[in-house]
Write a protein that binds this ligand. Structure first.
Ligand SMILES: [Zn+2]
Length: 381
């Protein structure tokens, strides 16, 4: 197998429009057929509606101690983006391969698949598992039933590589993420009689201020200088409420999110916010209107991920990639779920730059793909 195989496979993968809202089944069946050509059996773990599926395949003797090569099959939409190439047709120019998903993260999947013919002929010291998920871009949703299935199968892998774009750097940590919608329900009144109403916007604003104060506390530390923003953060990023200038608003809702480093417990952060709402604000609102309410709804969550710098998996990956710098990143991946739910040593390492992901004219360099091809072949022995 050569670079032209990786390129051809990447072109095939890019040609499937696997925007998260679409089915990924055509891509999945392409991969199944491809793997079968080399005697590699795979199985689907479908979503409830049967529109999408994860794929799980094993090369070598099934058993403990294997390595998981993991990637998501879905992509972000091209809607409203000004592409200068056709996003679903891989286009080569000046050592770069352009196309939706080329960087995030079909490039990695192509490298994995291109290595299959060679790896499947080897006498492997440990099994190689290929894990492909759906709905990563919408909150790491698809990989969860896949992880449940891996746990149910009872094989205990010993390492996982999540091939998100890191320009082949070895990433050892990312923050966790959570987002919530908070809805206040008060009581309408003519604005000239405002003391008779319960102003949902004003009560919501008090909670937004508490969230802001919490953010200032987080900024005091703990600090980790390996991140670009070296502490946990929290911010309110959406708000809506009210219906007219002369009506005391009955309803207001806002959305806030936090990004926590591994040493901050996101449950504790959320509890502090909810506690203030329930114990301080809600009694004040109910004094005037017993039907007043404050509701929280989680929009998404994914755990933080961190592996110790001295872990053998980190050392091995650094030796093989030649990339020795410490790298911790702001973006979230499925790595935190593999680590949390399977207690699995995990790194994030893949071709392409995250700075190009999700953008028009997304691309992966042929040099990065070549480095990834070599890395995968060296890891799977
Ligand atoms: Zn991705």
């Amino acid at each position: 197998m050569t670079m032209s195989d990786t390129k051809q496979i990447l072109a095939d993968l890019v040609s499937f429009d696997t925007t998260s809202r679409n089915s990924n089944l055509e891509l999945v069946s392409y991969v199944e057929t491809y793997l079968a050509r080399f005697g590699v059996a795979s199985r689907r773990i479908p979503d409830l509606a049967g529109h999408k599926a994860n794929l799980w395949a094993t090369i070598g003797e099934y058993g403990d101690g294997g390595i998981i090569l993991s990637g998501h099959t879905d992509c972000v939409p091209v809607d409203g983006q000004a592409w200068s190439t056709e996003p679903y047709a891989l286009t080569e120019k000046d050592g770069r391969l352009y196309g939706r998903g080329a960087c995030d993260m079909k490039g990695f999947l192509a490298s994995v698949l291109a290595a299959v013919p060679e790896i499947s002929r080897r006498k492997l010291s440990r099994p190689v598992h290929i894990a492909m998920s759906y709905d990563e871009e919408t909150g790491c949703i698809g990989v969860r039933p896949l992880i449940t299935e891996i746990a149910r199968l009872g094989c205990r892998p010993s390492a996982c590589i999540v091939g998100e774009p890191t320009s082949m750097g070895v990433v050892t940590a990312h923050k966790g993420g959570r987002a919530y919608r908070c809805s206040f329900e008060g009581l309408e009144a003519h604005s000239s009689l405002s003391p008779r109403g319960v102003n949902a916007i004003q009560f919501a604003a008090r909670l937004v201020a508490i969230i802001d104060e919490l953010g200032e506390t987080l900024a005091l530390g703990p600090h980790d200088p390996d991140f670009d923003v070296g502490h946990s953060t929290i911010s309110t990023n959406m708000i809506e409420g009210g219906s007219a200038i002369n009506i005391v608003p009955r309803a207001c809702s806002f959305e806030f999110e936090f990004r926590n480093t591994a040493d901050i417990d996101p449950d504790v952060l959320f509890d502090r916010i909810q506690q203030h709402a329930d114990e301080v604000l809600l009694p004040l609102m109910r004094r005037k209107h017993p039907g007043a309410s404050i509701r929280f709804e989680q929009i998404y969550e994914y755990p933080a991920f961190e592996i110790q710098d001295g872990h053998p998996l980190v050392k091995q990956a650094r030796d093989l990639t030649g990339c020795n710098s410490r790298q911790k990143v702001a973006f979230g991946t499925e790595a935190g779920l593999f680590q949390r739910d399977l207690a699995l040593p995990t790194i994030v390492c893949g071709p392409g730059s995250i700075a190009l992901a999700h953008r028009p004219d997304e691309y992966v360099t042929i040099a990065d793909l070549g480095a990834c091809d070599a890395f995968i072949r060296a890891m799977c022995v």
